[in-house]
Ligand binder design. Structure first.
Ligand code: HEC
Length: 136
């Protein structure tokens, strides 16, 4: 009986977690993907903002922990300023418009957790992209 309860709790936790992540993907698609694509376009002229893997690469470069990334995103996405932005990206794309009204702080937390778990780009991949776009 004890084992049964343990397994049920574990299954429940897994499904709740799974739900949060599915939800994160859906929210990202609805609220962020119009600008932050999930993959890099062949032609850099088609980019209006850093694609999602680029965003996460930048976040991991700038911060050491998931908590710091979450705190930054919660602030920046609602209230982007030139001062708090990544200067290079702002120079390239213009300042991101505030998403206040488009996304709630709770949804942003779900989106960020999903991104932290699912969107990855390492240094080598980032370098290759930069090289490819420089040649265009
Ligand atoms: C209307 C287009 C647009 C939408 C919608 C949008 N962004 Fe952005 N975002 C940008 C642009 C452009 C930049 C890069 C320029 C800058 O830093 O301001 C940016 C930058 C960022 C950055 C800083 C890191 C980086 O690589 O520059 C984060 C984090 C971010 N966006 C998260 C989000 C999230 C999460 C959502 C959805 C809730 C979202 N954005 C929706 C346009 C958008």
């Amino acid at each position: 009986m004890k084992e049964f309860i343990l397994i049920s709790v574990a299954t429940l936790m897994f499904s709740v977690n799974g739900f949060a992540n599915d939800n994160g993907k859906e929210l990202f698609t609805q609220k962020c993907e119009i600008c932050h694509k999930l993959s890099f376009p062949k032609n850099k002229a088609n980019m209006v903002a850093p694609p999602a893997p680029g965003v996460m690469f930048h976040m991991h470069q700038k911060f050491n922990s998931d908590e710091e990334i979450l705190a930054y995103m919660r602030n920046f996405v609602m209230n982007p300023t030139k001062k708090t932005s990544l200067k290079k990206e702002t120079r390239r794309f213009g300042l991101m418009p505030s998403q206040k009204g488009n996304v709630t702080p709770q949804e942003l937390k779900t989106i960020t957790s999903w991104m932290l778990e699912n969107i990855h780009m390492n240094k080598k991949q980032h370098k290759q992209r930069e090289k490819q776009y420089k040649m265009q």
